[in-house]
Design a protein around this ligand. Structure first.
Ligand code: F6R
Length: 261
């Protein structure tokens, strides 16, 4: 796991955009894994700028989402498929038809989960997965207690996550759905490269557990310690509880310039 501590969230976002750009240049038909939430917004804006400048293209790429609320109508602005279109797909030149998420409005949700796993496998799996992390250490919507081998399935959101996400629903926690479909931890671990971004002091404990805690279902993100290629991009506030922060900084500063993420 490589940990990079930047002074600001903007700087961390640019490094993530650099990693994505380098990969997409090398493999234009890349399969990306995209996250919603606040953390990746800086990355999406930066990628949008690079596409607008003509230096980068996602025209041949495709993307799979991490998760989706259950039961939001197709035209609901907080449906993750709509959110990812607004915040990422519309900013770059990716074909909207090439962006898939689990179908949270399917009549048969179990079937929708299986179909989603099949679609990812048929696409050859995710090359580069962008991740955020919840204050309780969730990745996608794998809340504490999730099986570390889990696949795409229905989950009940914790009240903390619903409170955290109420800001997207006009501050009304009751408007936040109780259930979601989410890629499992086992699904996420199959992505070939995971790039996790976190900023702010609220994330500091979850980040400490992710990087330095014991692997445990109580902090689902700790499962990423078992993955061979994870890049964790932090601002100083999110890194503020890391015990080995100075070692991570020394390692990054001494990294050869030819070695990317
Ligand atoms: C979103 C997702 C979540 C978020 C996490 C952090 O698709 O899967 O795990 O990444 O809740 O959210 P923010 O970035 O809003 O703090």
């Amino acid at each position: 796991m490589e940990v990079v501590i930047s002074t600001t969230p903007d700087e961390a976002g640019k490094l993530a955009a650099d990693a994505i750009e380098a990969f997409v240049r090398q493999r234009p038909e890349a399969v990306l894994g995209v996250a919603t939430g606040s953390s990746p917004l800086i990355i999406y804006e930066e990628l949008g700028r690079r596409v607008a400048q003509g230096s980068l293209s996602f025209a041949k790429a495709r993307a799979f989402m991490l998760d989706e609320y259950v039961g939001l109508p197709a035209d609901h602005p907080q449906r993750y498929l709509s959110v990812i279109r607004d915040e990422f797909v519309d900013k770059v030149d990716m074909d909207p038809a090439q962006v898939l998420g689990p179908d949270g409005s399917a009549a048969d949700l179990l079937d929708a989960c299986e179909a989603y796993e099949r679609a990812m496998a048929e696409a050859g799996g995710v090359d580069l997965q962008i991740l955020g992390i919840g204050t309780d250490g969730h990745i996608a919507f794998n809340e504490p207690g999730s099986s570390l081998a889990s696949r795409t399935r229905i989950k009940t959101l914790t009240s903390q996550t619903r409170r955290d996400n109420a800001r997207f629903f006009g501050g009304n926690v009751d408007a936040v759905p109780r259930h979601c479909l989410t890629q499992g931890i086992g699904t996420i671990l199959q992505a070939r490269h995971v790039v996790l971004v976190a900023s702010g002091r609220r994330k500091a404990e979850a980040v400490h557990q992710l990087v330095e805690g014991s692997v445990s279902a109580m902090w689902p993100a700790t499962a990423l310690q078992l993955h061979p290629h994870v890049t964790v991009l932090l601002d100083t506030a999110a890194a503020s509880r890391l015990q080995l922060a100075s070692y991570y900084m020394e390692t990054y500063q001494g990294k050869p310039s030819w070695q990317g993420f």
